[in-house]
Ligand binder design. Structure first.
Ligand code: GLA
Length: 417
């Protein structure tokens, strides 16, 4: 409430202000105007001399976007590109539009020395011939579907068999063998590349035209973020992932058995001889699958364990705790003691496939002439559980028309002293 005394005081102050202004106008206006004009001219001149040589305007210069170079041709003669994303620390991620594969991922060690941490090839020919899914975008259904079939609304869909009786990673021609459209996005919190692919109704046996978008972003905080989106015009199943093979000491530098791994999982999904989940969620406690505390990957890998024998090592889906911090949960953390490199995997997905490169045989010649023997890399594929279309107790992988599939996975890199 304003009383009358303070109202009249305010009024007096107003009058006083007016008088001050009137005097200033009479005496000081000319002087202040002159000062203001001098200031404006000097600032303008200064801006013109500093910015003119740069060809810039006073507006902020846009951050540099990703760059593109040629990566060869498909067997059908279509040109394929390599997109290079960099950040202020010199870290680099490069991606080809063939299979949407992550081709290089260079990150510093504890002394700032960069190394390429993923397995792959120097040009597209390697990716055309590849059977290991090096760095690839995997779909329409990452991992296995038992007996290459599933039922949706009473209708049985029969898929391409490419792994014994089962379908693996989308079938004979999965998304890893498709040529994706590519668009460099304006840099915003990092350099980004958007990839697109339309998987036709009936492709490899899956129903519905599926429109897929994947955005790779390399941030200045040394994180590689992958965002997957998809829509369909018929009820279908979707499970997209990336199949990068990591070696935090550098690709081609030897086995990964000394890397220390933590997985935020109390359970995993045991498998049968075809690596199809039995449906059981088994506690990791008391098994070689207990990675709740940092443990060397090689510490128990050769134990006489039925599940390790079936996988030829680790090749299993873990049931993540899903704590959901800022939308994603910490799924796994890997430390490579000699370089000090640390990788954290954050995701919106409920599962992660931990695979220790058991099928690598050393015959493949990769980047810079490197060879990749068994267990020279590991994969941490964020995903829904394998064979979910046939397992009613697993989280659903069904996508309906009108819905948008959207998942995010981020690989965050740092160092330990
Ligand atoms: C996945 C599977 C493995 C293997 C690799 C590709 O990780 O789980 O069994 O097929 O892909 O070689």
């Amino acid at each position: 409430m304003i009383d009358s005394a303070s109202q009249s005081a305010a009024h007096q102050v107003d009058l006083l202000d007016l008088r001050v202004v009137a005097i200033e106008v009479a005496l000081g206006w000319g002087i202040r105007m002159k000062r203001w004009m001098t200031f404006t001219i000097l600032t303008g001149a200064l801006l013109m001399t500093t910015l003119a040589p740069l060809g810039a305007t006073p507006d902020a210069t846009p951050a540099p976007a990703a760059t593109k170079k040629t990566f060869g041709k498909t067997p059908g003669g279509q040109p394929v590109d390599l997109y290079v994303l960099t950040n202020k620390n010199g870290a680099e991620a490069s991606i080809t539009n063939f299979g949407g594969a992550l081709v290089t991922l260079k990150m510093p060690d504890r002394n700032g020395k960069l190394a390429d941490l993923i397995l792959g090839f120097d040009n597209v020919d390697g990716y055309v011939a590849d059977k290991s899914y090096f760095g690839a975008l995997v779909g329409r259904y990452g991992n296995r579907i038992g007996h290459a079939q599933f039922v949706l609304d009473g209708k049985t869909y029969t898929l391409a068999k490419n792994n014994g009786e089962n379908t693996l990673h989308g079938g004979i021609k999965g998304f890893n063998k498709a040529l994706w459209t590519a668009k460099i996005l304006p840099a915003k919190g990092g350099q980004s590349l958007e990839l697109g692919y339309v998987s036709k109704d009936g492709e490899e046996g899956f129903p519905g035209n599926l429109k897929v978008t994947v955005i790779y972003t390399l941030t200045d905080a040394n994180a590689l973020k992958i965002e997957y989106s998809a829509t369909t015009d018929k009820k279908t199943v979707v499970n997209l992932t990336n199949h990068a093979y990591f070696n935090l000491a550098g690709q081609g530098s030897g086995d990964i058995l000394g890397h220390l791994l933590t997985i935020q999982a109390d359970q995993f999904t045991p498998v049968d001889s075809g690596l199809i989940p039995t449906g059981e969620l088994r506690d990791v406690m008391g098994t070689p699958f207990d990675f709740r505390k940092p443990t060397a990957i090689g510490a128990r890998i050769d134990q006489a364990d039925e599940q390790l024998k079936l996988g030829g090592g680790y090749d299993h889906n873990f049931v993540l705790r899903m704590t959901m911090d800022h939308g994603e949960s910490l799924a796994a953390r890997v430390v490579e003691p000699t370089s000090g490199r640390v990788m954290e995997v954050w995701t919106t997905e409920p599962g992660i496939q931990f695979y220790t490169g058991n099928f690598l045989d050393g015959k493949t010649v990769g980047k810079g002439g490197a060879t990749y023997p068994k267990r020279n890399a590991f994969c941490l594929e964020t995903q829904h559980f394998p064979d979910s279309p046939n397992q009613s107790k697993f989280p659903s992988v069904v996508l309906n028309p009108g819905e948008t599939y959207h998942t995010v996975t981020t690989y965050k890199f740092s160092v330990e002293k």
